[in-house]
Ligand binder design. Structure first.
Ligand code: GDP
Length: 416
């Protein structure tokens, strides 16, 4: 039976995972789907699903990402992962996917650091002011060097990194991270492809000085980016509790002032759960995003704004057309405002044609779920649209708006 998705927007994260080819985007995404699958159980979602079913399916089929947007759940938060094409040839597609996501995780190879394609996508994300975190992956590889990668993030991306973790051990001996926010160690030992499988320990003695040094750097960098933190820091020093520090990191990340840095090895299943925690803690919800600006059909001069609210007239952007082996043609849309209802009629404001919405689906790693109606901030796949292409806007019939101009995308900023 089709369900209504009336999620509290504050628990939604629409994110993309971006990387240079081979840095580990696919592996990281698969591990995210694995860990969130384990946690996809009653209480985490409106519907609930037995953990075992999911595990069995996963074992049978392996997890693959087959859709342009995949929904998963982590600690009562709904994470929609939007596929960001990794190859520069698909620049228009990259730009369009960057428009529909609210935050991103950039994955870097722990040996190679920042590579050319990561630079291109990073600059494109700058253009859309997408708040971003970095995951320094592959720290198990010979020659991996977390600190050198952070240097390339500064020198090649001109970013302000906020180092939230330090690696414990290196290469084959990499075993976990020092968490500089909670000031503890998270260590993965033995066979790690299970649920909450890291142990929380004291920071190892040989890393204590380094951890203290980097904690000071963290708070100073944060204070420079965030006035409220600076005031307290000047007055009382580093007396921050974990929730206060997390709130400050979130503010500064959303403001685009800095980029939290985490690390691990997706392949060896180390670091992925803290990465998911950070997505929830530091990346924006659709509520944090400013009203989207579109224009009147046939008149780009007349601006129209739509707030991320179910009470506004419908506006939704079609961002990807895909062919599903079972369902046929699916069009992925992001709803910016209002409600999209299965069986309803909307206006394609980009071509002036009425469209009937067929079935609406939320896509998961291992299944799809039929949705009766979906509200602002959500990303779904729609069946049955006849004349809608990527870049088109679906609107309320009485209140048409075009979200993407005919001249999209703006010229790509060249890599220096
Ligand atoms: P993508 O092109 O960015 O999607 O990269 P993939 O996820 O396909 O990974 C590229 C290759 O690197 C594959 O052979 C992965 O198994 C490997 N890989 C991914 N993550 C890690 C890691 O953390 N450590 C090591 N050693 N290899 C990894």
């Amino acid at each position: 039976m089709a369900v209504d998705i009336t999620t509290d927007l504050s628990v939604v994260r629409n994110i993309g995972i971006m990387a240079h080819i081979d840095a580990g985007k696919t592996t990281t995404t698969e591990r995210i789907l694995f860990y969130t699958g384990i946690n996809y159980k009653i209480g985490d979602t409106h519907e609930g699903s037995a953990t075992m079913d999911w595990m069995e399916q996963e074992q049978e089929r392996g997890i693959t990402i087959t859709s342009a947007a995949t929904t998963c759940w982590w600690k009562k938060h709904q994470i929609n992962i939007i596929d960001t094409p990794g190859h520069v040839d698909f620049t228009v597609e990259v730009e369009r996917s960057l428009r529909v996501l609210d935050g991103a995780v950039a994955v870097f190879d722990g040996v190679a650091g920042v590579e050319p394609q990561s630079m291109t996508v990073w600059r494109q994300a700058n253009k859309y002011q997408v708040p971003r975190m970095c995951f320094v992956n592959k720290l198990d590889r010979t020659g991996a060097d977390f600190y050198r990668v952070v240097e390339t993030i500064v020198s090649k991306l001109n970013a302000t990194p906020l180092i939230l973790q330090l690696p414990i051990g290196a290469e084959g001996d990499f075993e976990g991270v020092v968490d500089l926010v909670e000031m503890n160690a998270k260590v993965w030992r033995g066979e790690t492809k299970t649920g909450e499988d890291y142990v929380v320990e004291e920071i190892p003695a040989d890393l204590a000085d380094k951890a203290a040094e980097y904690r000071e750097k963290l708070v100073e960098t944060l204070a420079e980016a965030d006035d409220a933190t600076m005031e307290v820091y000047l007055e009382d020093g580093d007396t921050f509790d974990v929730p206060t520090l997390k709130a400050a990191i979130r503010r500064a990340t959303l403001a685009g002032e800095l980029n939290p840095i985490l690390c691990g090895t997706a392949f060896k299943n180390k670091g992925v759960q803290p990465l998911l925690d950070a997505v929830v803690d530091y990346l924006p919800s659709p509520m944090d995003i400013e009203a989207i600006v579109g224009h009147k059909p046939n008149d780009e001069e007349v601006e129209i704004k739509r707030k991320p609210s179910d009470d506004e007239p419908l506006s939704a952007l079609a961002f990807k057309i895909a062919t599903d082996p079972h369902l046929g043609k699916l069009i992925y849309v992001r709803v910016y405002s209002g409600k999209l209802e299965a069986g309803g009629t909307v206006l394609n404001a980009s071509n002036g044609r009425k469209e009937r919405i067929g079935k609406v689906y939320q896509m998961h790693a291992n299944k799809r779920e039929e949705i009766a109606s979906v509200g602002a901030g959500q990303i779904v796949a729609v069946m049955g649209l006849k004349d809608t292409k990527t870049g088109h806007t679906l609107s309320d019939q009485q209140n048409p708006v075009v979200l993407e101009s005919m001249t999209f995308p703006a010229p790509v900023i060249e890599v220096a």
